[in-house]
Design a protein around this ligand. Structure first.
Ligand code: ADP
Ligand code: MG
Length: 603
């Protein structure tokens, strides 16, 4: 039989390879931006038309290419970034496979203009389907400019299966964000269809994050900084209050390369522990600097997956570092509870964790397991507070009760005195005695927590009773607010309102939630609620979460409000009936506990 095997011609081989590297316009953006960075550019412009289907242009001020290199760069496996196999294990550049430009040149119309600092004239090259169609010398600034037109012109299947423009542009934005976050030291701009979307000047990491995701993040970021033997962990994590209902702004970079790792995502989520509900996702921008020999980035051509030599260790380091950052800001609530319980040894202050860099994981880990065990114990105790109060007349001597840190004092002898009644301090804090000492509740944060959980419960299928108004109110709203109210109407009515649409921007309010403390008129209350809701929309919290937070902050009892003993008792009751009584929906502590032993020592 005759020989039948042949080598594929280059342009076909390239086209096949392109299938793996270039899936959509965003892949071209990624490759071109990364090449510009590898060329040591300090300023990079990205210009896109029709979400990249018509044009993707990247202009950099990097080192440029000589005439020969300008032709060479389109060859398959042509790279200036590694020369030998050894170098594969010490890669500092983004690229090294020499595949991207060969792939792009096979499936698009490419124009390249490039000039090195040494040359006077720039080289201009046109390429189509892996063939150079024209070459000339031109005047141009130093650096490189790639223009990619008619992507997938010869791969109709690919072109046909591109998603809608907004979807493709979202992918481009994602790539742009990743590169921009990895390199705050580089100025970057993005234009789409003639509009400037971003102009990011060089700066530090925090400035870059805020420039991309908005000023409202400014106060919401906690710095992470931990140096241990094999790895440097740095970056920022979002406070609890900006956690989202879907994994949104979660970024991990290894040696300034964006990577995907569900394992490391898990480590970070685990550090937040009970601070987040199971369906909440933290925001983070975590950067790992690690010896390239410790990792393998060769796993996939698009290089977002990575293998670590010491994966488990790195998991623990990251979890410890994030926990540390959270602890510094919140002094995790557990620590307060711990001091007034008799569970055993004191928990080390979180600032002690990771102080000695090399022993960090051990300390960090033991702290975590101890703390979260205590947290769980404490959570169990919440449930006992009032049941204990009703059924068990107690004395200090009873060991069982001593264990329950928050048993409210219910000594029969004092039954008719007011010593067990809560007491309001400066119309802001509620003091109540508990067996081991006393507890100080922030009335506003506590009530926010109560309303928050109550809202989620009500809109989750347990509507609250309505109090009919004798005289209905009319709500005249601005168009944007009217739209929002209309879309939220069933949920807002589940809170105990009875609101009915009446004309284009007008609503009639027939009823308000039973037992609602009315500091403000119901009309004002609804207006404030909608305003808060719209404000928070950019946090992308999800409708229910946003509404619950908005209602909590709008309708809560504010600091400065006088409360009767009965009101205080009810508030304490409701707080400790909550699932997470110790923290407000915005991440503030709802109460502090004070221990008699500690008080004694203070005198
Ligand atoms: P890789 O980045 O893996 O080396 P590419 O196909 O992306 O492969 O690029 C091939 C070569 O072209 C690079 O190694 C580099 O020498 C050169 N090159 C590509 N883009 C630029 C640029 N913007 N400025 C200077 N040189 C570039
Ligand atoms: Mg490259």
């Amino acid at each position: 039989m005759a020989d039948i095997i042949q080598l594929l011609p280059d342009h076909i081989a390239n086209q096949i390879a392109a299938g793996e590297v270039i899936q959509r316009p965003a892949s071209v953006v990624k490759e071109l931006l990364e090449n510009a960075i590898d060329a040591e550019s300090t300023e990079i412009k990205l210009i896109v038309k029709d979400a990249g289907k018509t044009l993707i242009q990247v202009i950099d001020n990097g080192k440029g290419m000589s005439v020969t290199d300008a032709r060479m760069c389109f060859e398959r496996h042509a790279t200036s970034k590694i020369k030998s196999a050894d170098e594969l294990f010490a890669i500092k550049t983004k690229g090294f496979r020499g595949e991207a430009l060969a792939s792009i040149g096979a499936i698009a119309h490419v124009e390249l203009v490039t000039r090195t600092a040494q040359e006077e004239l720039a080289t201009r090259i046109w390429m189509e389907g892996s063939k150079i169609t024209k070459q000339e010398f031109v005047q141009a600034a130093g650096g490189t400019q790639f223009s990619i037109k008619n992507l997938f012109f010869n791969v109709p299947a690919r072109r046909k299966f591109l998603k809608s423009e907004p979807v493709e542009f979202k992918h481009i934005l994602d790539e742009f964000h990743r590169v921009a976050l990895a390199h705050p030291e580089i100025s970057l701009s993005l234009h789409h269809n003639g509009n400037e979307i971003y102009r990011l000047t060089k700066g530090n990491l925090k400035q870059r994050i805020i420039a991309i995701f908005g000023k409202n993040l400014d106060e919401k970021l906690l710095a992470v900084q931990e140096q241990v033997d094999i790895i440097h962990i740095r970056g920022f994590i979002g406070k609890v209050e900006i956690a989202k209902k879907s994994p949104g702004d979660q970024y991990i970079f290894v040696n300034n390369r964006y990577i995907k790792s569900s394992y490391l995502n898990h480590a970070i989520k685990a550090a937040y522990d009970q601070l987040l509900q199971p369906d909440q996702y933290p925001s983070y921008f975590i950067y790992l600097d690690i010896d390239p020999a410790q990792i393998d980035i060769n796993v996939h051509p698009t290089k977002t997956e990575i293998k670590f030599e010491e994966e488990r260790l790195i998991y623990n380091y990251i979890r410890g570092a994030v926990k540390h950052a959270l602890g510094k800001y919140l002094v995790v609530p557990t620590l307060d509870f711990e001091t007034d319980t008799n569970f055993g040894a004191r928990v080390p202050q979180p600032s002690a964790i990771g102080r000695g860099s090399s022993d960090m994981p051990q300390t960090g880990t033991s702290y975590q397991s101890h703390a979260s065990q205590l947290e769980r114990e404490n959570l169990k105790n919440w449930e006992n507070i009032y049941s204990g109060m009703k059924t068990t007349p107690t004395g200090d001597t009873q060991p069982v009760i001593k264990q329950t840190s928050l048993d409210f004092q219910e000594d029969d002898q004092h039954r008719n005195t007011s010593s067990k009644d809560p007491y309001q301090i400066h119309q802001s804090y509620i003091m109540s005695t508990i067996l081991s000492g006393f507890i100080l509740i922030d009335q506003q944060y506590a009530h926010e927590r109560i309303l928050y959980e109550d809202t989620l419960h009500s809109i989750g299928g347990h509507p609250r009773p309505i109090q009919k108004e004798l005289f209905p109110f009319t709500l005249d709203l601005l168009p944007a607010k009217a739209d929002a109210l209309r879309s939220l109407l069933p949920k807002i009515n589940a809170l105990g309102f009875e609101i009915e649409e009446f004309g284009q921007h007008t609503f009639i309010l027939h009823g308000t939630p039973m037992g609602l403390t009315k500091n403000t008129s119901p009309v004002q209350l609804i207006e404030n609620l909608i305003e808060q809701y719209l404000d928070q929309q950019e946090l992308q919290l999800g409708i229910d979460e946003n509404l619950a937070r908005s209602w909590a902050s709008t309708a809560c009892i504010k600091r400065g409000k006088n409360l009767s003993v009965e009101e205080m008792k009810a508030l304490i009751d409701q707080l400790f009936a909550c699932e997470t009584p110790y923290i407000s929906p915005f991440g503030k502590k709802c109460f502090l506990t004070f221990d008699m032993e500690d008080l004694k020592k203070k005198f």
